[in-house]
Design a protein around this ligand. Structure first.
Ligand code: ARG
Length: 464
C-alpha cells in the first residue's frame, strides 16, 4: 500500500489496507489509461493558455505523459503491479516520479470527478466504432448467406406457425436489418458521450481561465457540457451505451434462437458446420449448438447490466457520488460480451449450409392458402369471400392429409368456377414469392435491391 495518496494531507492515519483495497478501481479503470493521458496532456495545454503553466512545464508534462504511455504499452505489468487507488492516481504518481515537482502542477484546477467523465467519454467514443465494425462483420455474414441462397424459398412464421413462403435471402436480410439498426443506435450512444466535461471542476467549475472550446477541439469533442453540477454526476451516456449493448444482445439472442431451431432435427433447414458445433459426452449422435446457446444465455446478463446501472443511478443526489465508480466494470463487461457474441454468431452464420430441398418442401403446403385467395380476388371475387373459400379448401385438404398438389382441375372447380388451369402455376412457393410487389416484400426484385442496399451500407461501415 502506498504510504500517501492524492488526498492524504487531511488525514492523521493511513487508510486501512482492506478498506483502501476495497475502494480501489485501478484493476478496472486501467482500461482508461490512454484516455487519461490524452486528456491530461490537453489539460496541461489549457493550463498554459490560462497562464498557469509555462511552456517548459507543459513540455515536461506532455513528455512525461508520453513516457508513461510508452512504458505501459511496453510492459502492462507496470500498471498491474501498481497499488494506486485509480488510473488517475497512477498517472499522477508516475508523472511526478518521472519529472519531479513540475508533475505536481498538472492537477491545478482539475478534479478526478471530471477526469473520469472525460476519460470514459473518450473511451466510449473510440470503442463504439470497434463494436460497430464487429456488428458490420455479422451483417456481412448475413448478407453473404442471403447472396448464396439465391432464389431458394422457405416458410416464414407468425405465432411460430407456417405463414407464407419467403425467399431465404429475405429472412437473412431481416436479421441484417436489425443489426444495421443497432449500429445506428450505437451512433446515438456515441453522440451522447461526445460532450466535453472539463472545466466543471469537482462540482462548481474551475477558478482558472480554462478555454473549454479549445479543450473540446483538442480532444475532438463537438460540444461542451452546460452545467458543472450536472456534469459531475452525469452518467446518462453510460446508460445509453448499455441500452445499445442490451438491445444488440436481445437481437443476437433472437438470431441465435432462430438458428438453433432451424438447424435442429425437427426443422433441418440448415446444417451447422462441425467447426462450430459441440458433441455430447454420452450421446454419440449429438451435434449441439452450444455457441449460440451461450449467446442467448449471455443476453440476459447484459440486460441485467443495464437495469442494474439504472438502479444504481436512480437514488443518487446531484453531483459525483462514489457509486458511479461501478459504471466502468459494468460497461466493460457489456462491451466485451457484445463483441464476443457478435463475432461468434458471425462465424456460425457464415458457415451454415442451406438445405434448400427441405426449406422448399416446408414452404409448399397449405401455407399457399393466401395465394388461392389472391387468385380468386384477381378473378373478381371479394377478398372476404375468397378468404372463406380458400379456408374451406385448406380445411378439407388438411382433413384428408393432402395439400394442393393432390388436386386435379376438377377438384378445384368443385369449389369454384373461377378456377382454371392457371391455378397450378399460382399455388407454388415460387409464384407466391414472385407475386409480392412492395419494396419491403419478399418479391425477388425487392430482395435483390435490399441486398444491394445492405452491401452499399457495408462498404461505408469499413468491415474488417
Ligand atoms: N475512480 C473514480 C470513479 O471511477 C474516479 C473519481 C473519483 N473521485 C473522487 N472524488 N473520489 O468514479
Amino acid at each position: 500500500m502506498s504510504a500517501s495518496n492524492l488526498w492524504s494531507g487531511r488525514f492523521d492515519a493511513a487508510p486501512d489496507a482492506d478498506v483502501f483495497a476495497y475502494g480501489k478501481s485501478l484493476p478496472v479503470d486501467k482500461r482508461l489509461l490512454d484516455d487519461d493521458l490524452t486528456a491530461s496532456a490537453a489539460w496541461a495545454r489549457a493550463l498554459g493558455k490560462a497562464g498557469v503553466l509555462k511552456a517548459a512545464d507543459i513540455d515536461a508534462i506532455v513528455q512525461g505523459l508520453d513516457a508513461i504511455r510508452a512504458a505501459v504499452h511496453a510492459d502492462a505489468a507496470l500498471i498491474d503491479r501498481a497499488d494506486d487507488e485509480d488510473v488517475h492516481s497512477f498517472v499522477e504518481r508516475e508523472l511526478i516520479a518521472r519529472i519531479g515537482d513540475t508533475g505536481k502542477r498538472l492537477h491545478t484546477g482539475r478534479s478526478r470527478n471530471e477526469q473520469v467523465s472525460v476519460d470514459f467519454r473518450l473511451y466510449l467514443r473510440r470503442r463504439i466504432p470497434e463494436i460497430q465494425t464487429t456488428l458490420a462483420g455479422l451483417v456481412a455474414a448475413l448478407a453473404g448467406q442471403a447472396e448464396s441462397a439465391g432464389q431458394a424459398v422457405m416458410p416464414s412464421y407468425t405465432h411460430m406457425r407456417r405463414a407464407q413462403p419467403v425467399l431465404v435471402a429475405h429472412m437473412w436480410l431481416a436479421h441484417a436489418q436489425v443489426f444495421r439498426r443497432d449500429c445506428e443506435r450505437f451512433d446515438a450512444a456515441r453522440a451522447e458521450a461526445d460532450v466535453m466535461p472539463l472545466g466543471s471542476g469537482a462540482i462548481a467549475g474551475t477558478a482558472y481561465d480554462i478555454d473549454t472550446a479549445f479543450l473540446a477541439g483538442a480532444l475532438g469533442f463537438t460540444r461542451v457540457t452546460a452545467n458543472s453540477i450536472d456534469t459531475s454526476g452525469d452518467r446518462d451516456f453510460v446508460a445509453a451505451f448499455l441500452f445499445a449493448c442490451a438491445m444488440t444482445m436481445v437481437h443476437l439472442s433472437r438470431l441465435a434462437e432462430d438458428v438453433i431451431l432451424w438447424t435442429s432435427e425437427e426443422f433441418g433447414f440448415f446444417e451447422l458446420d462441425d467447426s462450430v458445433a459441440t458433441g455430447s459426452s454420452l450421446m454419440p449422435q449429438k451435434k449441439n449448438p452450444d455457441p449460440l446457446e451461450l449467446v442467448r444465455g449471455k443476453s440476459g446478463k447484459v440486460a441485467g447490466l443495464l437495469s442494474g446501472w439504472l438502479m444504481t443511478m436512480k437514488g443518487l443526489p446531484l453531483g459525483y457520488n462514489k457509486d458511479l465508480q461501478e459504471d466502468k466494470a459494468i460497461a466493460f463487461e457489456a462491451e466485451d460480451t457484445v463483441i464476443a457474441c457478435a463475432r461468434t454468431t458471425a462465424t456460425v452464420v457464415r458457415t451454415l449450409t442451406l438445405r434448400a430441398e427441405v426449406t422448399r418442401a416446408a414452404a409448399s403446403g397449405l401455407l399457399l392458402a393466401t395465394e388461392v385467395a389472391d387468385y380468386l380476388v384477381h378473378k373478381g371475387m371479394p377478398f372476404r369471400t375468397a378468404h372463406e373459400l380458400s379456408g374451406r379448401i385448406a380445411r378439407d385438404l388438411y382433413a384428408a392429409g393432402h395439400d394442393y398438389t393432390a388436386m386435379a382441375l376438377a377438384d378445384w372447380r368443385r369449389y369454384s368456377e373461377h378456377f382454371d388451369e392457371t391455378i397450378f402455376a399460382a399455388v407454388t412457393p415460387e409464384a407466391a414469392v414472385a407475386a409480392r410487389l412492395t419494396p419491403q416484400s419478399t418479391g425477388p426484385h425487392a430482395v435483390r435491391a435490399a441486398l444491394g442496399d445492405i452491401n452499399t451500407w457495408l462498404r461505408g461501415e469499413h468491415t474488417s
